[in-house]
Design a protein around this ligand. Structure first.
Ligand code: FBP
Length: 285
């Protein structure tokens, strides 16, 4: 399997170098299309998706793909072993204001569900391009230097951190969630939230810990972030890095997926912060 993951990683590296160029030179305007969750697609979203899908299509070991930007599962090779769900350019609307964005990949076997994820990858396009890979019990970070991704470090979360990244529309927070976030700030945590899931979660991982939350809200009871290609890949990374990832009560990687574009409330963080979320949410139904 090690070799198979390397083959997939090589494809992701190749796609990422092309996407980097697209971000720097491409058309950031809106297309006339919407994706399956109703988001208006940017031309960057569609172009990034085409790059990734075409690169995966050259791999015999890939059976199917799911993309945020496509309604249905894409069949690649009936004899393939791996199923890959990806968000080609998460937070793409931030490119227009020159903030960091990223690609997210979940690699599954047998079926698209959290308990079948065996590896995950994200690539953050910021002042530097960095790729983080969770596989076989380790989280490794690579940096694009002179056209090559070079290993930089392993990533481990501390027991407790200092950063708090509270997502979603605050006026739609449920009372117990608002009280919990206020208490976290009152205990001295620093606000670190850009609206880009990839850089926001990357920062918490690299700065040793904290909490990222995108909860159930009155306007989005099932949350906003998509299970297969946003939530589960980061859940796998945070757990592999020694932290936790829950929906408020249970492990995210245990929740059922009924549709490939399902969303879920999600919390990612160091263990002390995840324990706090469990305590608050267990008391509030
Ligand atoms: P995409 O819709 O671009 O896939 O990304 C969703 C996202 O931008 C995440 O990157 C981010 O964490 C979240 O939405 C921010 O949502 P909000 O602005 O409601 O906090």
């Amino acid at each position: 399997m090690q070799n198979d993951i390397k083959i997939i990683l090589d494809s992701i590296k190749q796609s990422s170098i092309k996407i980097k160029q697209l971000i720097e030179e491409g058309d950031t305007s809106k297309s006339t299309n919407q994706n399956s969750t109703g988001d208006t697609q940017l031309k960057l979203d569609i172009a990034s998706d085409v790059i990734i899908e075409n690169d995966f299509k050259t791999l015999d070991i890939v059976k199917q793909c799911v993309s945020e930007e496509q309604e249905s599962i894409v069949d690649i090779n009936p004899n393939g072993k791996y199923l890959i769900a990806y968000d080609p350019l998460d937070g793409s609307s931030l490119v227009d204001v020159n903030l960091s964005v990223g690609s997210i990949y979940g690699i599954y076997t047998d079926d698209f569900k959290g308990s079948n994820i065996i590896a995950s990858v994200y690539v953050v396009f910021g002042p530097r391009v960095e790729m983080v890979v969770a596989f076989d019990g380790e989280v490794k970070m690579y940096r694009l230097l002179k056209g090559e991704f070079q290993f930089v470090q392993n990533i481990k979360l501390n027991q407790k951190g200092k950063l708090n990244a509270p997502g979603s529309t605050q006026q739609c927070w449920l009372p117990h969630h608002k009280e919990m976030i206020d208490d976290i700030f009152a205990s001295g945590y620093r606000l670190r939230y850009s609206g880009g899931m990839v850089p926001d979660l990357h920062q918490i991982l690299l700065k040793g810990g904290g909490l990222f939350s995108y909860p159930s809200t009155t306007d989005l009871p099932k949350g906003k972030l998509r299970q297969l290609f946003e939530v589960f890949p980061f859940a796998f990374i945070y757990e592999t890095a020694g932290g936790g990832a829950i929906d408020g009560k249970q492990r995210l990687l245990e929740i059922p997926t009924t549709h490939i574009h399902d969303t879920t409330p999600c919390f990612f963080g160091s263990n002390d912060e995840i324990d706090l979320v469990k305590e608050v949410y267990s008391k509030n139904g």
